[in-house]
Design a binder for this molecule. Structure first.
Ligand code: NAD
Ligand code: ZN
Length: 371
């Protein structure tokens, strides 16, 4: 087996580590930073406090970021970076904020729109402003990946962009920042972590370093997600979920995600289901489907302490029930046309990383059974 492992992002992990942001900014040697965050961090005063602690180095804020950010929001952020002469970026938020900031930090050095790169095959630029990523969800792992997922709502697209220029310079992972996540978001983002870990393990591009990270991360989610959901202030559960999120991010960056994420994009784009919950919807289904043609699924289930892949899939279903994740699409009353759109939208390049071939007929059968 031939493999390579690379992880260029420095990771600082621990409760209260947000306090080291100004030190990290000093290391960058830059002087004029833009804080990219979501509106809730501005009105709760968190953004203001962080800026204050940075002694004037972070002097602007961009907070026009929606969940599943649109290319127009990314372009607006890039424009603020250009117009304000900023020389570095700090992203404080969930995957949506970090993804938008990563792409904006790159596109601001060009006169392009990020839409020019979405699903067009155009190669992303190499240059970008340095970015410090501070996650506030335990979910996407975006703070350490080379991926930025953006939507073009006009073209009805949600697409991951991938490039070495999308790696942040530093990730500051402070589990205390996730204490304010409400239970439903804790659950949804937690299932994103579990999907990253499981998909990394069974991806056709799996490799030993990422395997080890994936098993560790999946085990943590299966052990601590319920506690984080039920006790938002549980320091242990929050810390373990934050650890799982980073480890799963490291696990999937190189092997990439597969069928579960391929289906999540149209489920979010067409039906508005949050990213992690969209992953949760098909995760147990793909555990069973993939187990039929890939021995690694069985092996993973055993490594996680289950009798087999069926028991792992059952555990995922029961965790979904406990945490209030949707288990079907009944309440959407999907028309045949919507079903066709889901099948078409799920035929995403990530499907090619799946360990067994997933045909359009299999996707149709899956969505019919969820309808
Ligand atoms: N770049 C990657 O590698 C990668 C991987 C997987 C998913 N994604 C993408 O990331 C996005 C999802 O990110 P996400 O799941 O982190 O959610 P999100 O960033 O969309 O945030 C969801 C909501 O939670 C709020 N929120 C975030 N942190 C909070 C906190 N601590 N307290 C209270 N509210 C908080 C946000 O303001 C937002 O309203 C999707 O677009 C998904 O496709 C990216
Ligand atoms: Zn994901």
């Amino acid at each position: 087996m031939v493999w390579e492992y690379l992880q260029p992002v420095r990771i600082r992990f621990g409760n209260g580590l947000i306090a080291c942001l100004s030190e990290e900014i000093r290391h960058l040697g830059r002087h004029r930073g833009l804080l990219v965050t979501s509106p809730s961090f501005v009105y709760r005063g968190v953004a203001g406090k962080i800026k204050e602690a940075c002694n004037g180095c972070l002097d602007g804020t961009f907070s026009n970021v929606s969940p599943n950010p649109d290319v127009t929001e990314c372009d607006a952020c890039a424009e603020q970076l250009r117009a304000g002469g900023y020389d570095f970026v700090v992203a404080l938020g969930g995957g949506s904020v970090i993804d938008l900031a990563k792409a904006a930090a790159m596109i601001c050095l060009t006169s392009d729109s990020i839409a020019d790169y979405l699903d067009t095959g155009r190669v992303l630029p190499e240059a970008r402003l340095p970015l410090i990523a501070i996650p506030t969800t335990a979910g996407t792992g975006s703070e350490i990946t080379d991926v930025s997922v953006l939507s073009d709502h006009v073209r009805r697209l949600k697409v991951p962009l991938k490039s070495a220029s999308l790696y942040p310079v530093v990730a500051i992972v402070d589990p205390e920042l996730t204490y304010s996540l409400p239970p439903h978001l804790t659950a949804s983002t937690g299932f994103d972590v579990l999907s990253h870990a499981i998909e990394a393990y069974w991806s056709l591009h799996h490799q030993p370093v990422c395997d080890a990270l994936a098993v560790h991360a999946a085990g943590l989610v299966l052990r601590y997600l319920k506690a984080a959901f039920e006790e938002p202030l549980s320091a242990v559960a929050r810390e373990k979920m934050a650890e799982a999120s980073v480890m799963a991010g490291l696990a999937f960056t190189l092997p990439r995600t597969t069928s579960v994420h391929a289906c999540s994009y149209p489920l979010t784009n067409l039906l508005g289901i949050p990213h992690g919950e969209a992953c949760a919807l098909t995760l147990d289904r793909f555990i069973r489907l993939n187990a039929a043609g890939c021995e690694r699924v069985e092996a993973l289930a055993r490594l996680l302490g289950y009798a087999g892949s069926g028991a792992l899939a059952d555990a995922v279903v029961s965790l979904k029930h406990v945490t209030g994740m949707r288990c079907d699409l009944c309440d959407f009353h999907l028309s045949d046309e919507q079903l066709n759109e889901l099948v078409l939208g799920s035929q995403h390049p990530n499907l090619r990383n799946n360990p067994i071939e997933i045909t359009p007929d299999m996707l149709r059968e899956l969505y019919v059974s969820l309808r």
